[in-house]
Design a protein around this ligand. Sequence first.
Ligand SMILES: [Zn+2]
Length: 342
Amino acid sequence: MNTLARTTAEQVKVFCALIGADPLLVQGAGGNVSWKDGNVLWVKASGTWLAESTTKDIFVPVDLAHLRQAIDKKDFSATPKVDGDSNLRPSIETYLHAVMPQHVVVHLHAIEVLAHLVHDNFQADFQSLLDESTPWAVADYYKPGAALAAEINAVLIQKPTVKVIFLKNHGVVIGGADVAEVSQILSRLTQALSTRPTYIRHPSHPMPVTVQNLMDQYAPVANLDIHQLAVDPSLFKRLSSDWALYPDHVVFLGPRAYAYRTWEALNDGEKPAQDLPELVFIYSEGVYVKPSFNKAKQVQLRCYYDVMIRQNTHSTMSVLTDIQIAELLNWDAEQYRINLAK
Ligand SMILES: [Zn+2]
């Protein structure tokens, strides 16, 4: 590796740690970053957190020439060849990074952008919100992985000079000559697209679980703001209509929200404790989780809250279809019906 490449690697890692610490830019293991060094694509490893880029090995070197050969054949599912003996697995979005021509590529689920991408008409809004300084394009919703990479490739064939691609119901991809350019584009976008969150008054203390035999099962979520998802009538209503909005949300928090008017409605006495949902919303009481609700899920819940408080009360949102949800969970149609009925 030459000196310049080392410099890029260090710059990328510092940048990743910075954006990884901002929940409005990165949520848990979501998002990924890459840089190209000759015939090597350094890409974030699957399951690793951008926030840990300076303290852990999160990047894996992949044979870029091999990826490009596959792309030429429109094969976006050939297993990437890892250089050396890294036992990290390259991100599922490795091909998305390889098809982008720029040196440094960042893919994020940045809240200020995502809050728009969950609307059918976001493209028209962006035309008035964004200036001409950064050429952009839009990719339709596809399942992350091969299908999404194929869509990005098709977008780039139509518009080869774009540096920003907005992914409907998903996130944004930004390419730049270096970290500085990518970082500048990201700040410009998040500023231009920022929405003032609805004023939310959070409860001043966590509410205890009120039903005797559920006290051992559930605890209120620690972040007091998040309880508004159950306490605010319009946010509570949206749990049923506007839940499955983007891939990570469905993968981590499931295909539907378990929202109940009362504790009694959840606890009909028929279900054994282990079959009760991990995350429940009880109207006017709050949001409650079982102890197994881990950090990755907590950050996804926060992400959903951050997206929802940026919506107009009356705006219509675009949710993923049942087929798209099943595909994300790798369920076949039958499994989907069974699991959804639970
Ligand atoms: Zn993504």
